[in-house]
Design a protein around this ligand. Structure first.
Ligand code: TMP
Length: 204
């Protein structure tokens, strides 16, 4: 299975991806735990560049994410899937839709075209961890210094969240929205595990 986690800043993706990876390890399920941007050696540099304050256009930022994804799909995701391994990825194509279309307000057709160009494989399951912008940014600021995206306006993050919610409807066959506002990580993970087990049973 190819599973992705999506959400605004501070939605708890990193915690949930780790809980899932630990669970799969205990179940003896061979898997790759990865992320975007930064899922390859080159991607680590691209991640740094995407946060560089010297970037002056949203368009070049978009191309950095596209380059990171193309390398990631080619080097990591497609080979793992071909080898029968599970792939767990923190952020993927829906981040580009939510942040570059929703947040940065590139045209929807440009964003769809870019996603297509990266030859991204579609995930089997995508968990959208939904938290309010106030709560997400509060958690993100507690983690330490805010990055370029976390510094964006409240309105920017509301647009990102709205675009994610649109994804839940557009890609209902793979998207699952999880209420991540006032629930413990363990309770959230119980939900996630249940959805995965149901999906897995449906595949057998
Ligand atoms: P994070 O992985 O620490 O959450 O940070 C990655 C940042 O990059 C996050 O603010 C969202 C942003 N991003 C995009 O804007 N577009 C993308 O396609 C991806 C993968 C990430």
């Amino acid at each position: 299975m190819f599973i992705t986690f999506e959400g605004i800043e501070g939605s708890g993706k990193s915690t949930q991806r780790q809980l899932l990876s630990d669970y799969l390890t205990r179940q003896g399920i061979d898997h790759v735990l990865t992320q975007e941007p930064g899922g390859t050696e080159l991607g680590v540099h691209l991640r740094q560049l995407s946060r560089d304050s010297r970037l002056t256009t949203n368009r070049s930022e978009l191309f950095l994410f596209a380059a990171d994804r193309t390398e990631h799909v080619h080097q990591v995701i497609a080979p793992a899937i071909a080898a029968g391994r599970w792939v767990i990825c923190d952020r993927y194509i829906d981040s580009t839709y939510a942040y570059q279309y929703g947040g940065r307000q590139h045209s929807e057709s440009d964003i769809r075209a870019i996603i297509e160009l990266t030859q991204a494989v579609e995930p089997d399951l995508t968990f959208f961890l939904d938290v309010s912008v106030d709560e997400g940014l509060r958690r993100a600021s507690k983690r330490g210094a805010l990055d370029r995206f976390e510094h964006e306006t409240h309105d920017f993050h509301e647009r990102v969240r709205r675009a994610y919610r649109a994804c839940v409807h557009m890609h209902a066959h793979r998207f699952i929205a999880i209420d991540a506002e006032n629930r413990s990580p363990d309770t959230i993970f119980t939900d996630i595990k249940q959805h995965i087990l149901e999906r897995k049973a449906g595949c057998i």
